[in-house]
Design a binder for this molecule. Structure first.
Ligand SMILES: Cc1cc2nc3c(=O)[nH]c(=O)nc-3n(C[C@H](O)[C@H](O)[C@H](O)COP(=O)(O)O)c2cc1C
Length: 157
């Protein structure tokens, strides 16, 4: 299906931050960059992440039922590229990467500005993506910094 250029431009007006979605399944950790992350409920605290069905992270989150959201700032663009431009199917993206674990065991990057540790409570198939709804079991702020806003031109420059 081809989307007409003007529709594509209009869709790009929706503002997103940039996050690293990490998970752990059968003893292995992996993470990917994601912009399609949103809050969904105050009580309980729920968030959604839209993960492409072909991502390695997709099968890992589906199987493990856990993920963490690592929030990035402008200083973390290299992290966004590291986790967003290659797949964990072929490489260990966590080799030489510092991280902690909290409630679920999903990696929390030491360089992120804030983190949310979630268990999947529901999922919805949405075209070529799956929306995972996660309940935040824990979360914290590591440092004060504005969240990185996704801008295609600046990100890939
Ligand atoms: C800035 C940026 C934002 C991205 N946002 C998403 C997203 O919201 N959902 C998604 O499925 N993929 C997104 N991606 C693509 C994945 O990060 C990329 O396909 C990654 O290699 C998947 O890794 P995995 O196969 O190890 O899970 C984004 C990539 C970048 C660079």
């Amino acid at each position: 299906m081809t989307i007409k250029p003007e529709l594509s431009l209009a869709l790009r007006r929706i503002i997103h931050g940039v996050y690293i979605i990490s998970t752990k399944n059968e003893g292995k950790v992996n993470a990917m960059t994601a912009a399609w992350v949103a809050r969904a409920s105050f009580e309980p605290p729920l968030i959604t992440v839209a993960i492409g069905n072909t991502r390695h992270s997709h099968e890992m989150i589906k199987s493990s039922g856990i993920f963490a959201v690592n929030v990035l700032s402008v200083e973390n663009i290299m992290l966004g590229k590291h986790f967003g431009l290659k797949t964990g199917k072929k490489t260990d993206k966590f080799a030489d990467m510092d991280y902690d674990v909290k409630a679920t065991g999903s990696p929390i990057l030491k360089d992120c500005t804030a983190w949310l540790d979630c268990k999947v409570v529901s999922s919805i198939e949405a075209g070529d993506h799956t929306i995972f709804i996660g309940e935040c079991l824990d979360g914290g702020v590591m440092r004060e910094a504005d969240t990185l806003i996704y801008d295609k031109e600046k990100f890939y420059r």
